[in-house]
Write a protein that binds this ligand. Structure first.
Ligand SMILES: Cc1cc2nc3c(=O)[nH]c(=O)nc-3n(C[C@H](O)[C@H](O)[C@H](O)COP(=O)(O)OP(=O)(O)OC[C@H]3O[C@@H](n4cnc5c(N)ncnc54)[C@H](O)[C@@H]3O)c2cc1C
Length: 369
């Protein structure tokens, strides 16, 4: 039987249907959902919430126990209206967070504050949050809508019939689904199991990041992005006494550099220095028979623009609409898959163009640009 207590904790929600089946390996439980989502980051939670809002039966599988570490703490103000659509009006501002009107950029000219924008109500302000708290907020909303949450859920594998993804295998438990959503982030859960075509737009890029604490002269200021000799560094205050830094170098031999940027060398490091593969890539077929890729599992650009979380939410919501369309119009599935792909590729190409332009005016622009 499915070792519920050891493997995962399931909450609320009725399953679409439940049955058990006897095989040579024993009895396993089978449940059917409209949608099974793998990964409970912003992309996975947004997909699960938006599908549940449309009345679908959804299961959300997350391998890590929360709170878990994830980079991505500087949020663009456009997050707010998206959260409203997901039924989370005002909840972000209730989290402990710092607000800022833009980013200081020291790149091709003197340092300047690039603002997010403004409207009649005043300047738009971004958020500096703790990702763990933000992700817990999203997961809580999914749970409240009746999404079946399985966490920690180890080693899910994709179930296929021909070229269609039909569900997810979990040891002695099987979840069949009309759509399986890969929201596993850069880890690329589905890509590791099935041959999938990817479009590459940069050489291998590794971002290094970490935290430190102590007094910093610009500690009360907005996040800042500085050009370095072979890349850039990003520094943002995450709370009263703690700073986040990320560095990226486009020289392959500098992968070994794993130290805080010079301006922070005198501060006390907190936790390990981590690395993340942030090579620019895009799935050639982000939606196909029985599956959708969302968030970083579908497309990655390096975090110079700090838009990853915003894009992940948008992508999850767009995927939920695409799944809704497919369920309502099965004969039009192929057209919907193409529409989702075109949407994602248009988004990506717009960001790619902006990032390429940004890198091209870097004082030491990389040759591959
Ligand atoms: C150094 C760095 C700094 C960044 N800074 C910012 C920033 O300031 N602002 C910003 O907006 N973006 C930033 N980003 C980008 C941002 O982190 C990502 O774009 C965003 O988190 C993508 O969301 P996601 O939901 O697609 O994936 P993730 O947030 O990575 O979530 C994926 C989830 O899937 C789970 N998972 C993985 N594999 C499995 C599996 N096999 N089974 C079940 N669950 C699984 C993981 O545990 C995780 O919870 C940064 C990225 C990096 C690398």
């Amino acid at each position: 039987m499915w070792p519920l207590k050891r493997e995962c904790s399931c909450t609320s929600a009725q399953m679409h249907y439940s049955s058990s089946k006897m095989t040579r390996r024993g009895v396993y439980l089978m449940n059917h959902y409209d949608v099974v989502v793998v990964g409970a980051g912003p992309a996975g939670c947004a997909t699960a919430i938006a599908c549940a809002q449309r009345g679908m039966q959804v299961a959300l599988l997350e391998r890590a126990t929360f709170p878990r570490h994830r980079p991505g703490e500087t949020l663009h103000p456009a997050i707010e209206p998206l959260l409203e659509q997901l039924g989370m009006q005002g909840e972000l501002t209730e989290l402990p967070c710092l607000r800022h009107e833009g980013h200081w950029v020291h790149w091709d000219a003197a340092p300047r504050l690039i603002k997010f924008g403004e409207d009649a109500a005043g300047p738009w302000r971004g958020f500096q949050i703790q990702r763990a708290a933000f992700d817990a907020l999203l997961l809580g909303r999914a749970r409240a809508l009746g999404v079946q949450i399985m966490q920690p859920c180890q080693h899910p594998t994709a179930m296929c019939k021909g070229n269609t993804i039909t569900g997810v295998n979990l040891m002695s438990h099987r979840l069949t689904a009309t759509y399986v959503v890969d929201a596993s982030g850069r880890h690329g859960w589905l890509r590791r199991q099935l041959p999938m075509q990817w479009l590459e737009f940069s050489p291998r890029l590794i971002a290094r990041y970490g935290y430190c604490q102590g007094e910093w002269e610009l500690v009360h200021d907005a996040p800042r992005l500085l050009a370095t000799q072979d890349g850039w560094q990003w520094i943002a205050r995450v709370d009263t006494n703690q700073l986040h830094w990320t560095t990226l170098s486009w020289h392959t031999n500098s992968n070994l550099i794993a130290e805080p940027p010079d301006p922070l060398k005198h501060l006390t490091p907190v936790g390990p220095v981590r690395g993340a593969a942030v090579s620019w890539r895009l799935s050639a077929a982000p939606m196909g028979p029985g599956y959708v890729l969302v968030g970083d599992a579908a497309a990655v650009l390096d975090p110079a623009s700090s838009h990853g979380v915003l894009k992940a939410l948008m992508c999850g919501m767009q995927a939920a609409q695409a799944i809704t369309d497919c369920l309502a119009w099965p004969h039009g599935e192929h057209a919907v898959h193409n529409h989702f792909k075109n949407w994602l590729h248009t988004q990506f190409n717009t960001d790619l163009k902006a990032l390429r332009h940004f890198y091209s005016v870097h004082p030491c622009a990389p040759a591959w640009i």
